[in-house]
Write a protein that binds this ligand. Structure first.
Ligand SMILES: *Cc1c(COP(=O)(O)O)cnc(C)c1O
Length: 339
């Protein structure tokens, strides 16, 4: 039996057709700017999202770091959600490697940073304070999409204070597909956008940072400095190109399956459905039964990630089909029917 892995959409594996595209890729040395497939991927996403240039990098963590290091100098500050990836889940990289201070902002339930909290956090120009330089948002955040009118308002507040804007758009295309808008409509509110190809889009590796020529040139330098300059990366860029050609519209299938899964789990006594947003379902189960549930699901070839919390995040993606979802529903039902 195939595993149904609901831990994350990072677990997707390249399809046979994607692997064929990778094998056929023309390559060159990307540190010299000579990899035609990398260059094509960067320019294609830049054009599609409305930017001058793009930079293909190994990970979303590095892409966000390079963006912050390009916007900021030593002693500058970025405003960021207290539960944002760029604050909480990237090892403090901006502070560690960029000498950039994060100013976390407590988020609203929908993931937005309330405008009054943004304004209150912007520091006066005074030697006592770090210089507030950038507002960093995330869309989707825990699967939730930020409304376009919020993006406009946040943009206006940031601009009124001379701040740059960065989007951690690891799942930008999930947000675009869910909102029924071109990704460009979301991206246009930002100076830099980071997009992951390795999540629901199904590429094995890679993110692209988009921005102006000036910001992307800075980011390219920092990429080299942080050890991210790579050589014949065109084989990976080919996977990204394939993903953008074939795996964007189908994100709607992941969202549909997540909605279906949520609807079925809601009916099971013992499970508290907290919500479903794009490709993520959040449920609470009794904390004392988590380990036992995990073991039960593994026997049915289903993987979930259990932390310290009773809240489970179940993520649908390219490698979870309708049969897989039915197996998940059946396994949860059987477990909670037992006691
Ligand atoms: C996964 C993710 C990243 C970072 O991606 P990696 O490639 O794993 O470094 C950044 N932001 C968000 C919101 C993510 O989900």
């Amino acid at each position: 039996m195939e595993w149904v892995d609901l831990r994350s959409d990072t677990v997707t594996r390249p399809t046979a057709a994607m692997r064929a595209a990778m094998l056929a890729a023309e390559v060159g040395d990307d540190v010299y700017g000579e990899d035609p497939t990398v260059n094509a991927l960067q320019q294609r996403l830049a054009d599609e999202l409305g930017f001058d240039a793009g930079l293909f990098v190994p990970s979303g963590t590095q892409s966000n770091l390079l963006a912050l290091m390009s916007h900021c100098e030593r002693g500058d500050e970025y405003l960021v959600g207290a539960d944002a990836h760029t604050y909480k889940f990237e090892g403090g990289g901006a502070a560690v490697l960029g000498s950039i201070q994060p100013q976390p902002i407590v988020q609203a339930a929908d993931g937005s940073l309330p405008l009054e909290r943004i304004e209150a956090a912007i520091k006066p120009v005074d030697p006592h304070f770090a210089r507030t330089r950038v507002l960093a948002l995330e869309d989707t955040w825990h699967g939730r999409t930020l409304p376009l009118d919020y993006l406009q308002a946040a943009h206006d507040v940031a601009r009124a204070h001379g701040l740059g804007l960065h989007l951690d758009g690891a799942r930008l295309f999930n947000a675009a597909v869910a909102g029924g808008v071109p990704a460009r409509e979301i991206a246009r509110h930002f100076d830099t956008v980071s997009v992951c190809l390795s999540k629901g889009l199904g590429a094995p590796v890679g993110s692209v940072l988009l921005g102006s020529h000036a910001l992307v040139d800075k980011a390219r330098r920092w990429r080299k400095v942080t050890g991210g300059g790579w050589r014949q990366a065109g084989m990976l860029a080919a996977a990204g190109q394939y993903a953008l050609d074939h795996h964007v519209a189908r994100l709607a299938d992941d969202h549909r399956r997540a909605a279906y899964l949520a609807g079925r789990l809601r009916e099971i006594a013992g499970i508290d459905l907290l919500g479903q947003y794009t490709n993520m379902v959040f449920v609470d189960v009794p904390a004392g039964r988590l380990r036992e549930l995990d073991a039960h699901l593994r026997e049915a070839c289903i993987r979930i990630s259990i932390g310290y919390l009773p809240t489970l995040r179940l993520v649908t993606h390219l490698d979870v089909d309708d049969d897989g979802v039915e197996r998940v529903v059946a396994a949860f039902s059987a477990f909670f029917a037992r006691r």
